[in-house]
Structure formats: C-alpha cells, structure tokens
Design a protein around this ligand. Sequence first.
Ligand SMILES: [Zn+2]
Length: 483
Amino acid sequence: MSDEVVIGLEVHVQITSLRTKLFCGCSSNYRDRPPNTNVCPVCLGLPGVLPVLNEKAIEKAVAVALALNSKISEKIVFVRKHYFYPDLPKNYQISQYDRYGLVPVATGGRVVIDVGGLSKTVRIRRINIEEDTGRIVYPEKTVLGSKYALIDYNRAGVALLEIVTEPDFRSPREARIFLEKLASILEHLDVADTSLEGAMRADANISIGGRARVEIKNIGSPRDLEKALSYEITRQLNIVKSGGTIERETRHWIKERGMTVPSRAKELEGEYRYFPDPDLPPIPISKELIERVASSLPELPDSRAKRIAKEYGIGDYMASVLVLNKRLCDHFEHTARTCGNPKLISSILVNEFLRWLDEADIPLSTGILRLSADRLCKLVQYFEKGIVSIKLLKEYVRLAVLEDKDPDDLVRQGITTIGEEEELERIVTEVFEENPKAVSDALRDPKAINFLVGQVMRKTKGRADPKIVNEIIRKRLVEYGSK
Ligand SMILES: [Zn+2]
C-alpha cells in the first residue's frame, strides 16, 4: 500500500464585511460584546419569528464565486440542517445542500496555487451560504476540566460562506498555501477580515494510502492547518507501523497542545434530515446582479502579483508571496512608494519579517505595527547610507518584530555597524599586534587573510561590514609588505 496523502478542505468564512447577521438586524460584529447581548428573537430561534435574508450576502457570495471561477446557480435555496447541540438555538442550521435536487449558491471552480515554483490547480466543489452557530465557553478552557459550560449566542446567525474543495492536496504545505491564497482572495474582495479570531475556520479530511478518512475540525489559521495535518500524518503512520488500523473518525485540533484529539460527537450525514426551509422561498440570482458584481470586482491576487512584479521590478517569486496576504502587500506597496528601494523592502518582508512572525506566532497586524512603514524606511536609509550592514539590518528587523524595538533607539544605543574607519583601523592594529604569525602568513598567501578578517569580526561582535574590514586589512598588508 502506498502512503499517498490525500487532503480535502471545508473552509468556513464569516462575511465580516456585512453590517448585520444573515437573517436578522443584529450586528455581525459580535466580538468583545458581553455574552448574549447581540441577540434577538430571530437569531435565538424563538417561536413565531421569520428570518429575512440579508441580500448583501448574495452579492458577496457571487463575488467569491466569480473569483473562484465557479458556476453560479440560478437561484438561492436554503435548507434546514438538523442536529441537536447547545450552540444551535433552533436545533437546525439554515444552510444549503447539493443533493436531492437542492443547489448551493455555486458549484465547481478552481484556484491555481504556486507550490515551490510549480503551478497547481485546486478544484472547488461548492460554495454555500449558511449561518454561524453560537459559542460554547468552558470556564476551564477544556470540556473535561470544567464543571459546567456557558453558552453565548452573540455569534449565532452571523453569515458564513462554506467553501469546499475536492481532495486535491497531496501535502500539508499545499493545503496551507491554498488557504493563504483563499484568505487573500476574500480580503481583496472585501468579503472577510480573516485575521479576526474565528473569522476563517477550516475542517480538513485526510486519508493516507487509501485508508480510512479522518476529519480534523476547528483549525483557525493556515499555519495551524499545516501543523494539524503534519501531526495527523505522523500519528496515522505510527499507528500503521505498529500494526494498527486507522479508524474513520472526527478529531479536533487543540492548538495549545499542538495535537489532534478524538471528538466525542458522532456526526453522520443521514442524521441531518435536510429539507428546504419553508420560511425562505427560493430567490432567483439574476443575470443583472451577476454582471453588476462582475463589473465591480477589484484587483485580485493573481493580477496584482503580475502588476507589482513589473511595476517594482521585484521578480515573480517575491510578488507571489507578497500577494498571499492583502495587508502585507498593501504594506509593501505603501512602504515602497514612500521610501523607494522596493527590492530591499520585498526581500526584508518576505525573507525576514514573515519568518519571525511565523516562528513566534505573531499576528500580521501586530507585526505591521511593529515594523511600520516609518521604521522600515529608516532601516532602508540606514542601510543605504552604510550605517548598518545587511547583517545588522536583519537583526534590527528581528528586534522590531519580536520585541517592538525602534531602529532609531538601536542605532542610538550603539548597536550599530562600526562604519567609522577610525574605529576599525584601531581594531585592525590590535589584531595585527596579537597575531604576528597570521600577518606574515597573509603576506605570503592572500587566502590567509580570512583569519585576520575573522578576528576583527569577532572583536566587533559581527557588527562591522566584512567588505570594509577586508579593504582595511589589504591596505595594511601592503603597507607592511613595503617595510
Ligand atoms: Zn438577531
């Protein structure tokens, strides 16, 4: 049996750009509100109320469908998906379905992702509009540690898009890149601010070598998606190696513990008893609406990548990484326009900034506040004037991102490249006096010069620019040789 990994995704995205929930006038922004204060009889599912569709949600869904090259249905049909769980006040969720003659808002489609320089097409299966559930809050963070659970319906009824892919991913990395690109598309479309907690959640199903399929729920970011899937592959392969069998099951990703755990709730399709919601008659999606949305589609990541690669001369690779995040790309364009040197700025953002964010799990928005356009411009200027070396520049980026340090302060505190030749001349003299043998070696063999350069770099704790050190030493050796 081969160990080919097959992964498919179900992504839930809140349409955070809507002002109100999907079927009532409550605010779509439930975050930081006292529990159960962002509710009304409709989203609490009280008897005798009727849902009224927020039609802006259709426009947003159509925009997403167009961006993902999906086929848009002729009408919106809502269904009831039944299950009993405390976070679901009506005991059914208003959703959409693609069987029994029912249609989701859109079907099919594709997203092309870039995996290590190779293009890969990911097929979209369907796009649904549905409502979000409430939140169950455990006072001790976990189910088992808590004596009771609290329920907060502030989120219940918030508009969601469910985007389902075909099982086209062959590695956790591919799944991550797709989710990043999808998030970027949704941000460019002004559908969702995916940086908000809980705004984008992915469920992943994974099977290895044709064995049973395991579903992982509750994954909150592209980074966690890659980690959860990698964890799951290791877990499953260990079971197989020790002669065990993979069971078809649902598991939950516990971010804090970096592992998946079995879910106790057994959810089976047949038990949902889907049927059309009699409160919500089908609504046609007119050609006019589709044309109107299509004509006002903003610049999307793929075309933006082509534009910035050319406009700033930064190369296709840098551009493709930058557009994976709308805010990052906005930050790049803003900074490059303000202080020039787009090549250096893109390289700092892609090679340094993103690495530190990922390593320390710092949200991009926080990272951008710390490495602001203003600070980034200063760093670029310091580098251009020779005040900091490229090595030190990278160190300052790290300190700005991880510790919120201002480059100006760092320079003032003297954590700087020793740019002044005087200071370096003095250190070179010291090194020459301390290493007479190395000096005579270097006089005979130019390769031996590296030892002397190394000594100077050590004394300056790596803060000197090696090129300048090299020049000074060569000059000095010529002086010595002519004595
Ligand atoms: Zn409400």
